[in-house]
Design a protein around this ligand. Structure first.
Ligand code: NAP
Length: 519
């Protein structure tokens, strides 16, 4: 048992006051404690702004890229240890843990390379310059500069490594210091990850601070140059967005929240074809990977009515073959949910969906067999596949996210118009997938559902062997979605920096403007 330390005001500090218990969800044993009582949050924000900010802004993009390179190397050096910690604290199988930790390393390393690409400059040009006056002498150019505030990053429990790294990579490359707040329940991995970076001397003082526990009154101390990037539930997001000082000072708030991600099987896809197999693999992966605790996991599966029986048989076969139990056991492919509270929430959600859906497989409750661990002790939930009793009448399946190993088949008539209307009922998603080799169907689906989703994954026979699945967030593509998904946007190469930058329009003599930031 150890107490996680907070990294604030230039040093690692032991927690004091009331501490929260962090458990191993496989056994229920308490493995660590953490807390933030007594920390002067106003001073933490000021330290980021006054110490971290100037240090980062003095660096060029290439130097910030080198800083991120030092970070990913430091994290990579303790990769095995992080995997072990994720197995214990998050209930991840080794494969699930690698998904989070390698995702963190890959994102830091992508932004390190992109920093190098931007080179020895400190200001980014936004688009081409343009003539504003009668002649080209009066010229306009938009520039992007780092804001002089601090970025508060509040993360969800399911990706303690990647969640921290993807936000920090963008803020740091933009030149903005951050205060990282991992979810309390799974903070062990985040604490170790940041400690690796500080031990390696990769970060200037104040560039990244870490709070393992509540943020206390930190958000009340945010001002006009600061921002908040939040990942978590829509309910928490609603509370945070409405804070008076955030509204008063136009503090930028980016939200990544719930999402009822849809997968649409095209009517052209025959059982047994490559695209069919990709569909079955991707859906089954999303139901079971990280025990379904992925914000990008497929929750709604639209299948042409005449293919439902085949799709159910294929999915049941594939999902049933997943061995569930102690995530440290090599045979096991699905571990427990992260906490007892999540397990209880998920079971309540399954009961809710059961009012308008039939069970194709599973039920609320533990799996019949658990490999390598005792029944009744951990936070296990068996995978559930539902079929909507009546697709046209179904409501809850478009509204209630069961954040676990659970998804629902929605039979539809095979037309893009119907599929588009059903997907839109989710009121905004992070990602939707279309599995089809029919270009006209894909085109119609893109036009219909792109406005409702931050990312579209177009599964086909041609890309099947390179695909990482719709659940994988890649640093080169944006992550975020409209409406229910929070309305936010992260990553997407340089797009991910914009939350931390001020876009300013310069208007003046073309010769001066073009020379100011010439490379
Ligand atoms: P959550 O309960 O909303 O918590 C998210 C984070 O907010 C945690 O760090 C939590 O800290 C913090 N928090 C809670 N109340 C707060 C408050 N009043 N002030 C400041 N911070 C507060 O969500 P979760 O259960 O961790 O995550 C599950 C949800 O996140 C799911 O709905 C999932 O869809 C969503 N999610 C979305 C994405 C995405 O990218 N869109 C990614 C992952 C997860 P404590 O842990 O200390 O309470």
């Amino acid at each position: 048992m150890r107490n996680l330390e907070n990294h604030v005001l230039g040093s690692w500090r032991a927690p004091s006051g009331r501490l929260a218990d962090l458990t191993d969800p496989t056994t229920g044993a308490v493995i660590a404690r953490c807390g933030t009582e007594g920390i002067d949050m106003k001073a933490v924000a000021a330290y980021g702004r006054d110490v971290g900010g100037p240090a980062l802004r003095a660096m060029t993009f290439a130097q910030r890229g080198a800083m991120l390179e030092a970070c990913w190397k430091a994290v990579h050096a303790i990769r095995e240890e992080l995997i072990e910690l994720a197995v214990r604290n998050s209930g991840n199988t080794r494969k699930d843990a690698k998904f989070d930790i390698d995702g963190a390393i890959a994102t830091l390393s992508a932004y390190a390379v992109w920093g190098n690409e931007l080179g020895d400059t400190q200001v980014m040009l936004d688009g081409e310059g343009l003539q504003l006056g009668r002649t080209p002498r009066f010229w306009g150019q938009h520039v992007l500069v780092p804001r002089e505030g601090v970025a508060v990053h509040v993360n969800a429990f399911n990706f303690p490594a990647w969640g921290l790294a993807e936000k920090a990579a963008c803020a740091l490359l933009a030149g903005v210091p951050c205060i990282e707040k991992p979810a309390t329940a799974t903070a062990v991995v985040a604490e170790r990850l940041l400690r690796a970076c500080t031990d390696a001397g990769a970060l200037p003082p104040g560039a990244v601070q870490l709070l393992c526990g509540s943020v206390g009154d930190l958000l009340d101390h945010l001002g006009p140059q600061d921002c908040l990037a939040f990942t978590g539930s829509a309910d928490t997001a609603l509370k945070l967005r409405g804070k008076e000082n955030l509204l008063r000072w136009s503090v930028r708030v980016n939200v990544e929240a719930d999402s009822l991600n849809a997968a649409v099987l095209g009517p052209d896809v025959a059982p047994g074809s490559e695209t069919w197999n990709l569909f079955v693999r991707d859906v089954a992966t999303d139901v079971t990977q990280k025990a379904g605790q992925k914000c990008t996991a497929i929750r709604r599966i639209l299948v042409p009515a005449d293919r439902v029986a085949d799709a159910e048989a294929a999915l049941v076969e594939r999902i049933s073959s997943v061995v569930i139990g102690d995530p440290s056991n090599d045979e096991v492919r699905m571990g427990p949910l992260a906490t007892a509270a999540q397990r209880d929430d998920i079971r309540a959600g399954i009961a809710k969906l059961a009012t308008e859906c039939d069970f194709v497989m599973g039920a609320a409750g533990e799996p019949d067999a658990l490999v390598g661990c005792e029944k009744g002790k951990g936070c296990f939930q068996r995978p559930v596949l539902f079929r909507a009793k009546d697709t046209a009448a179904a409501k809850l399946v478009h509204e209630h996210e069961v954040f676990g190993p659970c998804a629902t088949i929605l039979p539809y008539d095979g037309s893009a118009a119907s599929a588009g209307a059903i997907v839109a009922k989710g009121k905004g998603g992070l990602v939707a997938s279309v599995f089809s080799d029919d270009r006209e169907f894909v085109r119609a689906m893109v036009v219909a559902i792109a406005p409702w989703n931050g990312r579209l994954y177009l599964g086909s026979g041609k890309m099947a062997d390179q695909s990482l699945g719709p659940g994988t967030v890649l640093p080169g593509s944006v992550h975020g979605g409209p409406g229910r998904a929070g309305g936010g946007e992260e990553l997407g190469k340089f797009r991910g920096l914009s939350l931390y930058q001020q876009r300013t329009a310069l208007q003046g003599d073309r010769a001066v403007i073009e020379k100011l930031f010439a490379r």
